[in-house]
Design a protein around this ligand. Structure first.
Ligand code: ZN
Ligand code: ZN
Length: 295
């Protein structure tokens, strides 16, 4: 933080947004910022688009937003970056929409029992699990509701897989996927008290915690390898673009069946990745980082 900026308290920032007129102003400015269309609106044009009667009332609410969520320029008003993020959250339905997708079968086998996998979405979480009742849960990830509403299954699966892969790549690099803060990772002992402790698709859990936003996520050790260059090039050398594969179809990532612990204090392990009859073995330390790659 520079010393001449004064932070807004979180309750003040949210209080600023707690007004229907202000949300209409943010929406009007966000709607105006489509490519090819000027993203600055003059006072009267903004008032017209936001459909707010009473110039005094409009002026009062607009002025409250200026500084934090709206920028005032010589050419008119536009959203500041925090304003853009508020607009995106509104559009994505993150805080408002509810969407439910009933379970549907996937073209992928359960890595634990060999039955089919299924996907479902409710309470803002996308779930990929075993459809045969072996209790294996492969992924359980937050997705904004409106990105999944009224889309066909293939489009949804592609979007969710990409989202999961991007988040895994980010946490594997120690960068928080939500706030860009620093993430600490530690491998938990098998007897740690955890949510989903009886999930047979996870044996070696890694807890990642952000030092800035307190965001946490559990992964398997193999999950952290989906974007590793040795893994991507191993598949590429076999004519496979692994970055286009659904993450729940990758047995080394979506389950622990390819992971073997070789030490417990400190933890050491090996993840075996197979393609076309060849094997790539990655040795991990307790960081967990790849310390050796063998093919
Ligand atoms: Zn199963
Ligand atoms: Zn964070």
């Amino acid at each position: 933080m520079t010393e001449d900026t004064e932070d807004l308290r979180p309750d003040d920032a949210f209080t600023l947004l707690a007004d229907r007129t202000r949300i209409k102003i943010i929406r009007a400015l966000g709607d105006a910022a489509t490519p090819g269309v000027p993203d600055r609106l003059a006072f009267s044009e903004l008032r017209r688009r936001a459909d707010i009667s009473g110039s005094g009332r409009f002026n009062y609410h607009l002025k409250r937003l200026v500084g934090q969520f709206v920028e005032e320029t010589d050419d008119g008003y536009r959203l500041s970056y925090p304003g853009v993020r508020v607009y995106q959250a509104i559009q994505a339905g993150t805080f408002t929409d509810s969407c439910r997708i009933e379970p549907f079968e996937l073209d992928a086998a359960c890595h634990v029992c060999g039955g089919p996998q299924e996907a479902a979405y409710h309470d803002c979480l996308f779930r990929v699990r075993c459809a045969d009742g072996c209790d294996a849960v492969f992924y359980r990830y937050f997705c904004p509701p409106s990105s999944l509403t009224d889309r066909d299954h293939e489009v949804i699966l592609r979007a969710v897989s990409e989202r999961i892969r991007r988040e895994l790549g980010s946490v594997a690099s120690g960068v928080c996927p939500w706030c860009c803060g620093r993430m600490e990772a530690r491998i938990l002992p098998p007897d740690a008290e955890l949510p989903q402790r009886d999930n047979p698709a996870i044996e070696h859990r890694v807890l990642h915690t952000c030092d800035t936003c307190d965001g946490t996520v559990y992964t398997r050790t193999g999950d952290l390898l989906v974007t590793h260059p040795a893994v991507v090039s191993f598949f590429y050398d076999h004519g496979v673009d692994v970055t286009g594969r659904r993450v729940w179809r990758l047995p080394f990532a979506a389950s622990d069946e390819r992971t073997t612990a070789t030490g417990t204090d400190p933890w050491r392990g090996t993840v075996r990745i197979e393609c076309e009859g060849d094997t790539l073995a990655l040795r991990l330390d307790d960081d967990p980082s790849v310390v050796e790659v063998r093919s």
